[in-house]
Design a protein around this ligand. Structure first.
Ligand SMILES: [Zn+2]
Length: 157
């Protein structure tokens, strides 16, 4: 085996090992455990809000955004690992993978939540037209946020 071929093999093996380590680290680190715990708490809070307001929009939005966040995290991780490998195979792959995963996950989740909320508004999902009990004007009540109990328009609140 020539030295060149040997070096290529070594680089390839280091990259493979790094990718598998990055995968294991991402699955088992407290950081990702905290992320999952926060997601579960977030969904739990949304369910609570929806039960309180007799709506479903909070839960649907949060679960959709969380799913998009996972997808974005995986995609970001792959992009980061590839970029990191180009800079420095091994450590670069691991660091790039983790950084890319976090940025991708947060970015996708944030973007998804905004997009889903926009669609929800367009569909008037859990938005009702109520009559203000103080000034008698009709107004859009975001039931999924405030519940139906607050029958005052924005001006009278
Ligand atoms: Zn009013």
């Amino acid at each position: 085996m020539s030295d060149d071929t040997k070096n290529q093999h070594t680089t390839l093996n280091v990259t493979k090992a790094a990718v598998s380590v990055a995968g294991t680290v991402a699955k088992s680190t407290p950081l990702s455990a905290v992320g999952v715990a926060l997601d579960v708490a977030d969904v739990g809070l949304s369910v609570y809000d929806d039960r309180k307001n007799s709506t479903t929009r909070n839960t649907v939005t949060t679960i959709s955004a969380t799913t998009a966040g996972f997808g974005g995290g995986v995609a970001g991780g792959l992009v980061g690992a590839t970029a990191g490998t180009a800079i420095c195979p091994g450590i670069g792959t691991i660091v790039g993978g983790i950084v890319g995963g976090v940025i991708g996950g947060v970015g996708a989740r944030f973007g998804a939540k905004k997009a889903i909320n926009k669609v929800g508004d367009d569909l008037e999902y859990d938005i009702e037209i109520l009559v203000c009990s103080k000034c008698g004007e009709q107004f859009e009540c975001h039931v999924y946020k405030t519940g139906r109990a607050k029958s005052l328009c924005e001006d009278c609140r």
